[in-house]
Design a binder for this molecule. Structure first.
Ligand SMILES: C[S@@+](CC[C@H](N)C(=O)[O-])C[C@H]1O[C@@H](n2cnc3c(N)ncnc32)[C@H](O)[C@@H]1O
Length: 354
């Protein structure tokens, strides 16, 4: 991998404002109004089964129980009920961001909507904020961060793998209807690139979703403004512990807080009102800390870990395989990138089809 960062989409792109309509923020117009050709629609049949289709004039959605003409949906208002050639009814809805994220093309695991919501709120991502993020993966979290910073904000996302960056770019442009004016994505390792591209103390918020956030400590301390928030999303307890101890030992940050969120759906039917039998039990842990002013040492530092807290064997154990990251073939990534750029959802997540 080249050590030079390469921007693959920048806020200076002249087409960046193409998706803005009048006074509306980028992407807002395509979230409203009647269904248009080319957009995605979620169909729910009479048995609650869901399918997501892309509307094409002259196209049809076929099942073993007849077919539904796309032209019977194009021009209808969101939430209409339409009927196929044998009288089957379908409820039609424009997919929400949470639906899109769970069914969009992906190369790496995405941040689930429940965690994206926590990150936006607990890291205090505000309209106009200057945010840096890594890694980009499939761009799920980038989309939530862009919505939160808005057109006047700034999100610079770093990704070490070009194929992932391409998938993310495709997904971001699909949901916003084109490039987002606040987004810049660069290739390379965050810890090397962010200090080359951002002024010291110029960043309001840092959001990391990667294998080894502790390797970014110096870079984060350099670019983050005093009082700025650094939030980490990690999958395992070992990553959580290592990141927390590194932050404590460093002394330039506040005492870190960690938590996880568990969201359990409920079955609602007559008197049978109870928690669902199945749930997504684990996604990741969140760890948040804030940058102290220059020259200040945190008052809540309770202990400094000794050098023996982590030995070489521990460090060597932190490989993608050891922490359960799935290795994805280059072929699959190339296909996902093609689908993302074409704005084609390739699968429906079982979580949303139940
Ligand atoms: C789990 S994925 C991120 C998923 C993403 N947040 C989403 O919601 O779609 C982790 C990504 O971090 C990238 N990565 C790991 N270490 C990195 C680093 N030091 N700098 C930049 N990217 C890194 C990996 O290539 C991978 O794409």
């Amino acid at each position: 991998m080249s050590s030079e960062s390469a921007a693959i989409g920048t806020s200076t792109d002249p087409s960046a404002t193409a998706a803005a309509t009048g006074d509306q923020p980028v992407g807002a117009a395509r979230r409203r109004g009647p269904f248009r050709e080319g957009e995605r629609v979620q169909l729910t049949d009479e048995r609650g089964r869901m399918n997501t289709i892309s509307l094409e004039s002259g196209g049809a959605f076929h099942t073993h129980r007849g077919f539904l003409n796309h032209d019977d949906i194009i021009g209808k208002v969101d939430g209409s009920v339409v009927v196929n050639n044998v009288g089957q009814q379908y409820q039609t809805l424009r997919p929400l961001l949470s639906d899109f994220v769970l069914s969009m093309p992906r190369g790496a695991a995405v941040v689930y909507p429940k965690d994206a919501g926590q990150i936006v709120t607990m890291a205090d991502i505000f309209p106009g904020a200057r945010v840096v993020e890594a890694g980009v993966g499939s761009g799920a979290l980038s989309i939530s961060l862009l919505r939160a910073v808005g057109d006047q904000g700034y999100l610079h996302s770093f990704e070490r793998r070009e194929e992932f960056a391409e998938i993310a770019r495709g997904n971001v442009e699909t949901i916003f209807g084109g490039p987002h004016p606040a987004w810049k994505i660069s290739l390379g390792d965050f810890q090397e690139q962010v200090v080359r591209t951002e002024e010291p103390g110029s960043i309001d918020r840092v959001v990391l979703d990667m294998l080894a956030p502790w390797e970014c400590l110096d870079a984060v301390a350099t670019v983050l403004a005093p009082g700025g928030v650094w939030i980490n999303y990690v999958a395992t307890v070992t990553q959580l512990s290592r990141t927390a101890e590194a932050i404590r030992a460093d002394g330039r940050f506040t005492e870190p807080d960690a938590w996880e969120s568990l969201v359990r759906g409920w079955h609602l039917e007559g008197l049978a009102v109870r928690p669902d039998h199945r749930m997504v039990a684990h996604t990741g842990f969140l760890l948040v800390t804030r940058r102290l002013a220059a020259g200040v040492t945190g008052i809540s530092v309770k202990r400094r870990p000794s050098k023996t807290d982590f030995n070489e064997d521990d460090v060597n154990a932190w490989t993608p395989g050891a922490v359960g990251e799935r290795l994805v073939s280059d072929k699959k990534l190339r296909r996902a990138a093609r689908d993302a750029i074409a704005g084609t959802n390739v699968k429906d997540d079982p979580e949303i089809t139940n």
